[in-house]
Design a protein around this ligand. Sequence first.
Ligand code: TXA
Ligand code: MG
Length: 328
Amino acid sequence: MITKILKINAKKPETSKIKQAAKIIKDGGLVAFPTETVYGLGANIFNEKSLRNIYKTKGRPYDNPLIVHVADLKDLNVLAKQIPKSMFKLTKKFWPGPLTIIVKKSEKISKIATAGLNTIAIRMPSNKIALSLIRTSGTPIAAPSANKFTKPSPTLARHVLEDFKNKIPLIIDGGQTKIGLESTVLDLTSKIPIILRPGKITKENLEKILGKVRVHSHKNKKPKSPGMKYKHYSPNAKIVLVCGKNIKAQISNIKNHYLRQNKKVAIIWADKNVETLSKNLFKKFREFDNKKIDIIIVESVPEKGLGAALMNRIKKAASEIINAEDRS
Ligand code: TXA
Ligand code: MG
């Protein structure tokens, strides 16, 4: 199979090109497409063979469920068994956008999509190409991030190509994704809603609509979101996260330590704003891998707002977390 790359105008997706992509989805193929968060690897939610193919292509364990993408609120009736009132409050405020909501699953949906769980994760992306593709395909689209298992999520079409060259028929190139970190995943099936994965829509944003919201703690034994038990977002390089006071001086010490061992070192400084850092984090991870960097030192950012999501991804990727105070 030869992978085709189709450039589509992100502001005004060309109908004829979207039709080409939609035909592949309808015929049971996989299409990588941009969303506002990261690129997704999409398949028809009603085609079990295609759903299996997503796991196979990614090398993703079968116990890690997919997110289903919709373009219309009407689709919720097919996907969900019950739609709690709180869901409509959320969709009104945050959809289309980077919020994935977990509710009880309808019998009509294959357990392959939900990895055997009786709940389903749903989101309406705001990216115009994504919305148009879902509409034209005439079906909700199941799509995990379009990266090989454990690789950083793709934020450019070329990242998808790095992982899936000649493994999938089509990659839509819609440019760099706006947010760069995956959506917030919120579980509405427990009494108090729980954030399973932090993202651009923050706890504070959600609490304004829902009242109390919990954040799932990784210290709990059993992960609520199957994806949380796997090491994620990791480039080949070793990532050292540096927190605490006097960070700059510590980073310079750590850098010199590795340079003395003849390692190739790169640093990600937190000087830029959190939006820019988030947008470029996974891209930098991939670039550093391509440059065969051995050690990536990352300066921590305050864990509030989008910073909480950014730090969540960095911590998951990090092999070592150093508190600068401990070292001085
Ligand atoms: O921004 C995003 O969410 C991107 C774009 C493509 O939409 N998608 C994405 O999908 O990040 P994926 O498959 O890489 O991550 C989905 C996460 C996983 O951690 C998975 O375990 C969790 O959502 N998840 C999916 N269904 C679930 C369910 N029913 N219960 C708990 N967690 C679920
Ligand atoms: Mg993923």
